[in-house]
Design a protein around this ligand. Structure first.
Ligand SMILES: [Cu+2]
Length: 176
C-alpha cells in the first residue's frame, strides 16, 4: 500500500523536491466571519509535520448546563475538498465527515488532530503525525469546529458546528 502510493507519487510529479509541502488557506464561515489563517503540511522523515496559525477565533465560553463550551476548538481533516458554506446555520457540510482511510474509531482517525487553543482569538500549533504523508491529503479539507473534540463520541467527537474550512493544496516551492 505504502509502496504503491509512493510510486504513484513519483510517477505523477516530475520533480519531487519541488513538492514537499501542502497548504490550506483557512477562511471562517458565517459563524466566525473574522476567522482566517493557514495550515501547512511538510513531508519529513517518517511522516508529516502539521502547523496551523489562525486568528479571529471566537472568545472562550465555558459549557454551563446543556451548553457546549466554545473552545478549545476541534480540528480535523475532512474527506471532501469542498468548502462551500451551504446552510448558514450548519456551515461546511459539503466537506463531509472526518477523513478516515483505515476505518478507525473517532479519536484514532488519521485526520483527528489536537484541539486548537485560542489566545484572544489567535492560535499557533505544530505537531507530528505518521498517519499520512502529504500526498495522501491533497484535495481534502481542514475544518475548525466551535466546540472541543472529546476524542470519544462517534463519529466526530461532539465538536459541534463548523467555523472554518480550508482546501489542502500542493505548494510548488523549490526553496522549501
Ligand atoms: Cu471535524
Amino acid at each position: 500500500m505504502r509502496g504503491a502510493q509512493y510510486y504513484r507519487y513519483l510517477g505523477e510529479i516530475p520533480n519531487r523536491r519541488q513538492y514537499r509541502r501542502a497548504v490550506a488557506h483557512i477562511r471562517g464561515g458565517p459563524l466566525a466571519p473574522k476567522l482566517y489563517g493557514v495550515a501547512w503540511f511538510d513531508d519529513i522523515p517518517g511522516g508529516t509535520r502539521v502547523c496551523v496559525q489562525v486568528s479571529g477565533l471566537p472568545s472562550y465560553q465555558s459549557g454551563d448546563g446543556d451548553k457546549q463550551p466554545i473552545g478549545p476548538h476541534g480540528f480535523h481533516i475532512h474527506e471532501f475538498g469542498d468548502c462551500k458554506v451551504g446552510d448558514p446555520e450548519e456551515p461546511f457540510q459539503a466537506a463531509g465527515g472526518h477523513w478516515n482511510p483505515d476505518h478507525q474509531h473517532h479519536g484514532n482517525h488519521a485526520g483527528d488532530f489536537p484541539v486548537l487553543f485560542s489566545n484572544n482569538g489567535y492560535a499557533w500549533m505544530c505537531f507530528f503525525t505518521n498517519r499520512f504523508r502529504v500526498w495522501d491529503i491533497i484535495g481534502k479539507t481542514v475544518i475548525i469546529h466551535q466546540n472541543p473534540d472529546d476524542y470519544r463520541t462517534q463519529p466526530a467527537g461532539n465538536a459541534g458546528k463548523r467555523l472554518a474550512c480550508g482546501l489542502i493544496e500542493w505548494v510548488n516551492n523549490t526553496y522549501l
